[in-house]
Design a protein around this ligand. Structure first.
Ligand code: UFG
Length: 328
């Protein structure tokens, strides 16, 4: 059994990693300011501390209360569109706060750091699966802010020996298959939950942001990776960090256009999905599909939710049970 600090552990991806760590028999302390996270997303077996990472006094007190086998860092702002309107908010909240956390980890002798990074740092990378050698070219301040933390971690290893895993998620989707956690963003901006809510008539028809992209059906293509598969990858990388720092792209290697997501939701729910074409959303790259080959080779990781309908099924199940998210 090991003991981990998880920042942002009350958020969407963080809460699923907390479940995976607990399922694996570890001790987990969640640190979250609950600005976007949910107290109800943190299982009773985890210790919960409501604190803000900007509060360095609290952070240092928590880190001093070791021993720690590693820190998982999820706490961040994560909306591409919002970052295009308020870039400095993202520089401060993601990069600035990330630097402070890394510095505190170094001072407290933390040896392993797992960072929630993003495919958004590749920007408009073309139309081939994206591996780790694809040039970095963020199309949004969100992607840039995550890349800045990756660079800080590079130097934290070179100078202080802090070993890190930068895990660049493509589109995290789905919810815990046992129904213990799900996706509850306020406001919701992600495609799959919005399509499901449009099908359930809980929202107006979906607006498809851009139907004139240079893709087969004119809509953007994304690589949806189930959040529980992501969670398994977060555990699989840990042994590597005893030796070296690593960077991995995490997706299934398969892309689905926005139109195909609408089709999947219609298949899974048996409902019509009302939608209308709208203008492009600034900052959206046309095509983001991972090459997860390096992660697979290093850890043996494989996605269990390889078919998009299986991912959509878990979202549909959670939304049916939680029509108002965690407050249901
Ligand atoms: N979309 C619509 N209509 C909507 C909402 C979304 O057409 O109402 C489209 C978007 O324009 C995009 C696609 O659906 O083409 C997926 O959009 P999401 O907002 O679900 O996801 P993003 O690809 O924008 O971003 C997500 C995460 C980021 C992460 C990125 C990496 O939110 O944090 O995946 O691929 F960086």
């Amino acid at each position: 059994m090991a003991r981990f600090l998880v920042t942002g552990g009350a958020g969407y991806v963080g809460s699923h990693i907390v479940l995976a760590l607990l399922d694996d028999g570890h001790e987990v302390v969640v640190l979250d300011n609950l600005r976007t996270g949910h107290r109800a997303a943190v299982p009773a077996q985890a210790t919960f501390i409501q604190a803000d990472l900007a509060d360095l006094e609290s952070l240092n007190a928590i880190l001093a209360n070791g021993p720690w086998d590693g820190v998982y860092h999820f706490a961040a702002l994560s909306l591409v569109g919002e970052s295009m309107q308020d870039p400095m908010l993202y520089m401060a909240a993601n990069a600035g706060i990330g630097f402070g956390l890394i510095d505190a980890c170094i001072k407290h002798g933390i040896k392993r750091f797992v960072f929630s990074s993003t495919a958004a740092l590749f920007g408009t990378a073309g139309s081939a699966p994206i591996d780790e050698d694809t040039p970095i070219n963020p199309a949004s301040p969100y992607g840039e802010s995550k890349y800045m933390v990756e660079r800080a971690l590079y130097w934290a290893d070179r100078i202080h020996g802090l070993k890190s895993a930068c895990l660049r998620y493509f589109n995290a989707a789905g919810s815990d298959p046992q129904g213990r956690a799900g996706e509850d963003h306020q406001p919701e901006t992600h495609l799959i939950p919005l399509v499901i809510d449009a099908a359930l008539k809980r929202r107006p028809p979906l607006t498809l942001f851009g139907t004139d992209y240079p893709t087969p059906d004119g809509t953007c293509v994304r690589d949806y990776v189930h959040v529980s598969d992501l969670a398994r990858a977060h555990l699989a990388v840990l042994p590597l960090l005893n030796e070296r720092s690593v960077t991995f792209n995490i997706g299934t290697g398969r892309g689905h256009s926005n139109r195909e997501i609408i089709d999947s939701v219609a298949r899974v729910t048996g409902l019509d999905v009302p939608w209308a074409a709208g203008p492009r959303r600034p900052g959206d790259p046309p095509y983001l599909v991972a090459s997860p080959a390096r992660l697979m080779a290093a850890t043996g990781w494989q996605p269990e939710f390889a078919h998009i309908d299986k991912i959509v099924e878990t979202v549909f199940a959670w939304r049916n049970q939680h029509p108002h998210g965690y407050s249901s």
